[in-house]
Design a protein around this ligand. Structure first.
Ligand code: SF4
Length: 91
């Protein structure tokens, strides 16, 4: 995911913890096949996926509102095996 200059500024002094560079373009760092800012934790209702930088998240993440038709379409594109039981929360 591209990190714009505004995104980088919003990430503040910890930006380089979350960003990786390819040539002169910034992207969110990936770890174990997902965004490094995604925290996976056990919750009362099962596994929860939490954005650990929710207030500072990049524009792309802000534009894809949870539960929006665009979000639903993205879920559908993931194909069989996507888990609608996943609960995404902010911390
Ligand atoms: S919402 Fe947070 S965890 Fe999810 S991709 Fe964006 S920055 Fe990463």
């Amino acid at each position: 995911m591209v990190v714009t200059g505004d995104d980088h500024q919003r990430l503040g002094e910890n930006a380089e913890q979350w960003v990786t560079w390819k040539n002169n373009r910034a992207f969110m760092r990936m770890t174990s096949g997902h965004c490094a800012a995604l925290k996976i934790q056990a919750g009362e209702n099962g596994t929860q996926f939490v954005c650990s930088i929710y207030e500072q998240r990049p524009r792309t993440c802000r534009d894809l509102a949870r539960g929006s038709p665009q979000c639903e379409a993205d879920w559908e594109q993931k194909g069989p095996g996507n888990s609608r039981g996943i609960q995404i929360t902010e911390i």
